[in-house]
Each structure stands twice: as structure tokens, then as C-alpha cells.
Design a protein around this ligand. Structure first.
Ligand SMILES: *Cc1c(COP(=O)(O)O)cnc(C)c1O
Length: 379
């Protein structure tokens, strides 16, 4: 351990080489479609600047963010990337979107009108995507919107339609009837619009077969090591994130004593308890607290699993290390809260949520470390 991390409660390691390997795998699977990257929400919490740089070096050229401010940030890192804004065009943001050389994913007739107006006023056909509604019923043009659009053909002429997108609702359940229905609707609505490249596959979509590939895929969670498949299926991706906590002390708790808030865990024997500097303020959910009818949350300490016991508090957790060898798990040692041994999907399932929410909640307080050693450009 370096002195740099001695002050840290939690350390978040982001393995950029693993991120690149995941990108290459998804890009290979997407062929003949091109593979982009969803990098919204600060690259799912892992750090947009570092992740964008690594993905660009691995050959990624098309990036998806949610918000115009994210596009503005990303543009500083990647001057030549194609950037799409998935949430659409918020009122009054057409100018700054164009300034950032970003492409809105136009998701309603109002958004199309606003983008067309900007293009007209600037006398240039700026690129944009159109999002079409195929079953998610959040954003996107419906059949009747497209009918309306056909009565104003001049609107579509004002800008350059570079992509037609839609989004899968049940992609992680291969063979789900919803996927086939969305695919059919996607093809139908696309046929009513001018010819343009198409994209429907997020990470799970890439694993649903080549019919979902179209011209461009846009994975997010699989890049960052989350399982793109159904719960409990084998994860084909490499882990990218490791969250480490630091043992602040190891103490003996006599049989019969309880530990932590609410006294929810009682020692059945004299127990050795490691107190770890990490808590829900680090994005380690309070829902991971030990419960009588749920399996114990595990941490990994130098080759051994140990159960988290009692309540997760804001800044500390307690781990029962009675059963692990005495030479392991001392003051100042790191424990893996999440990483290659304790996966984000395991943690998410135990906390009653999904890997996306775990990742995006992590590490606002952690000391971040990026392993950039083996990053190689492939230009
Ligand atoms: C977030 C997002 C993606 C990426 O989805 P993953 O499931 O993380 O691969 C793709 N498309 C849209 C529209 C999104 O909002």
C-alpha cells in the first residue's frame, strides 16, 4: 500500500484495460454493426474522462450521454467523437447542443421543431437522431407523430437525420416476446422515415442475436463489467471496478454481545470483528445489512470470504473474521467490498437492485485510482 492511499477510507480501482477488453469483445460481437458506448452519468459512476479516453484508444468513435451538460464535458475530452444526447432536446438547449457539436436524439415533435428551427436560423443542416417509440413508452415518436411529421415534410429537410434509435424494455430476457415485438415495430416505423442508420441494441440487445445489431450498438453496463444477461447467468464480461475498504481495527466481541445500531447481530461465540472504513455514504447500500432471512453479504479479504454483520452505517461496516486465519485481516489492510470476487451483480441482487444503480452510486467519497499502465492506442 502506498502512502497515497493511507488516508483513504475506500479506494475505487477502475481497470481501464478491462474496460477496453470489454469494448473489443462487444465490438466484435456487434459486427457488422459499429459499436458505440453509453457513457452517461459519469460513465456509470466510473469517471467519464478516463473511461472516454480509454474507449477512444480502443477504437470507439460514437458516444451516448443523457444530458447536454454531459456532452459539453465529453467534448472537452474527445474533440473528434460523435456524441449523441439520449434524453432528447430540452427546451432552449438547441444552441448549446450545437455549440458542443453534439447530436440530440429528437424524441417528440416539439424537439424536432426546435432543432429544425435552429438549423433554419443558422442556415445549416445539423445532424440529429430521431428516437422512435416501440414499446418502452417513455420517449420517442409514435405512429401518429410520424403521420403528423409527414404533413410537414419541410421539418425533416431542415436537419440531417444521422440515426434512428429505439430502446429495448426487456433486453436482458433473451427470447422475451417483447423483444420481437419491439423489433417488428422498429422496422415498421423506420420504413416510414427517411432512410438512415439504425440502432436498438443496448448491452443485453447485443446478446440477443444479429437481428438486433442494425448499424450501431450502444452498450453501457457490459462495458463496465455488469452482466448483460439474465440474473444468475454467467457473466461474459471482465470486472472493471474494485471497491476496497480499509480495516480500521480488529476487536474481540464476547459471546452474547450485539454489534452496531439496533443491536441486530448477536455474537454466538467470542468473535473477532474487523471494523472496515466504508458505509452507505460510499455507495455501499444499507440494504446489505445482515438480515435473518437473507444470505450474508460477503467481503473478500486476501483469499477468504467473510460475512458482513449487523447494520451498514454511514461510514463503517463490521465483518466477522473469526473463521479466517489469524495472519489475515489486520489494521490497515484492504478488503474487497466489490470487485472480481464479490461481483456488482451479487451485491446488487443482495441489495434488491440492479448493477446499474450500484455502479452509479459508488465512490463519491472514494479515492479513485485508474490502472492505465497497459492502455495502448490502436490507431
Ligand atoms: C443507457 C442507455 C443505453 C445503454 O444501456 P445498457 O443497458 O447500460 O447497455 C443504451 N440506450 C439508451 C437509450 C440508454 O438510455
Amino acid at each position: 500500500m502506498t502512502t497515497d492511499t493511507a488516508h483513504a477510507g475506500t479506494i475505487m480501482h477502475v481497470d481501464l484495460a478491462a474496460l477496453q477488453n470489454n469494448y473489443r469483445k462487444l465490438a466484435q460481437m456487434s459486427l457488422p454493426a459499429e459499436c458505440g458506448a453509453a457513457i452517461k452519468a459519469n460513465a456509470y459512476g466510473l469517471g467519464m474522462e478516463q473511461c472516454a479516453t480509454a474507449l477512444w484508444a480502443a477504437g470507439c468513435r460514437i458516444f451516448f450521454v443523457a444530458l447536454v451538460d454531459e456532452a459539453i464535458d465529453l467534448r472537452k475530452t474527445l474533440p473528434d467523437a460523435v456524441i449523441y444526447i439520449l434524453n432528447g432536446l430540452m427546451p432552449g438547449t438547441a444552441g448549446i447542443t450545437a455549440e458542443a457539436n453534439a447530436r440530440p436524439s429528437l424524441s417528440s415533435l416539439d424537439e424536432i421543431a426546435e432543432w429544425a428551427e435552429l438549423c433554419t436560423s443558422r442556415g445549416t443542416r445539423l445532424p440529429a437522431a430521431i428516437h422512435i417509440e416501440t414499446g418502452m413508452n417513455r420517449v420517442g415518436l409514435t405512429v401518429s407523430d410520424i403521420d403528423t411529421l409527414h404533413t410537414h415534410p419541410d421539418l425533416l429537410d431542415q436537419f440531417e437525420l444521422t440515426l434512428i434509435v429505439s430502446h429495448l424494455a426487456n433486453g436482458e430476457i433473451p427470447g422475451d416476446v417483447m423483444n420481437a415485438r419491439q423489433l417488428e415495430q422498429f422496422n415498421h416505423l423506420r420504413s416510414l422515415l427517411p432512410n438512415a442508420p439504425a440502432s436498438i441494441a443496448n448491452s443485453p440487445g447485443i446478446f440477443n442475436g444479429s437481428a438486433f445489431g442494425f448499424d450501431l450498438t450502444r452498450p453501457g453496463i457490459a462495458l463496465y463489467g455488469g452482466n448483460p444477461g439474465a440474473e444468475n447467468s454467467k457473466n461474459p464480461m471482465q470486472p472493471v471496478v474494485r471497491l476496497l475498504g480499509t480495516i480500521s481495527q480488529v476487536r474481540t466481541v464476547p459471546k452474547g454481545e450485539t454489534i452496531g445500531y439496533g443491536g441486530t447481530w448477536q455474537a454466538k461465540q467470542d468473535s473477532k470483528i474487523a471494523v472496515v472504513s466504508a458505509g452507505y455514504a460510499d455507495g455501499y447500500p444499507r440494504a446489505l445489512s445482515s438480515m435473518p432471512d437473507l444470505p450474508d453479504t460477503r467481503v473478500w479479504i486476501d483469499g477468504f470470504f467473510a460475512p458482513v454483520i449487523g447494520r451498514i452505517s454511514m461510514d463503517m461496516i463490521t465483518v466477522d473474521v473469526t473463521a479466517i486465519p489469524v495472519e489475515i485481516g489486520h489494521r490497515g489492510d484492504h478488503v474487497e467490498l466489490l470487485g472480481p470476487h464479490v461481483t456488482i451483480d451479487e451485491i446488487a441482487a443482495r441489495a434488491g437492485t440492479i448493477s446499474y444503480e450500484i455502479l452509479t452510486g459508488l465512490g463519491s467519497r472514494a479515492t479513485r485510482m485508474y490502472s492505465c499502465d497497459h492502455i495502448k492506442s490502436e490507431d
